[in-house]
Design a protein around this ligand. Sequence first.
Ligand SMILES: Cc1cc2nc3c(=O)[nH]c(=O)nc-3n(C[C@H](O)[C@H](O)[C@H](O)COP(=O)(O)O)c2cc1C
Length: 188
Amino acid sequence: MSIFEVIQDRRSIRTYTNQEVPTGVVEEILEAARLAPSGSNTQPWRFIVVRSDEARARIVQACHNQQWMNQAPVHIVCIADVQAQYSEVRELSIDEHSTEPEVKRVIRCTAIAIEHLVLQAQAIGLSTCWVAWFTQSEIRPVLAIPEDKYVVAVITVGYSENRPAPRPRKTMNEIVRYESWDGIPEES
Ligand SMILES: Cc1cc2nc3c(=O)[nH]c(=O)nc-3n(C[C@H](O)[C@H](O)[C@H](O)COP(=O)(O)O)c2cc1C
């Protein structure tokens, strides 16, 4: 399957079977995240693989009780570590209101790594969904994540028989301009 076919086939999936996801398979999708690009190669992403029923239930609670998440046998909690930007460890507390450029940078890079993981999961027959409906203060305590780390997303991972139709997307004309912001969309 080409990368474009993987991209075309991916959907956010919210129903999963009971089939377990072997450790080696989880490692394979984490490897795709590990290989992502990052500014100055800082690699600020960190991941917590969560399988226990109890911990997943608490993650679900922190994600505004999105009950469907419980079906996914694996939650991968994806974290941006702002300390990767500094040569010495700094005492920091960050959250959604933080305006430091470093926080934005590590979130940006971590998002790239997360989508690598999601696409590799799709390529090997897994289903996933990004979940980011939580606040730092709700989700961090669940897994004892320190206040200088930023949880970017929880990715639900599992097998599914659900194959939903593609969700709507904007047209090319709505999203692409040429040469400048005022540029006219090219005729196709
Ligand atoms: C940053 C981000 C956060 C998201 N958070 C949630 C979420 O909390 N709950 C959920 O059910 N879906 C969530 N989604 C999935 C989107 O709803 C989904 O990507 C979008 O509707 C398009 O559907 P598709 O992924 O199947 O193409 C999130 C997606 C992204 C990229």
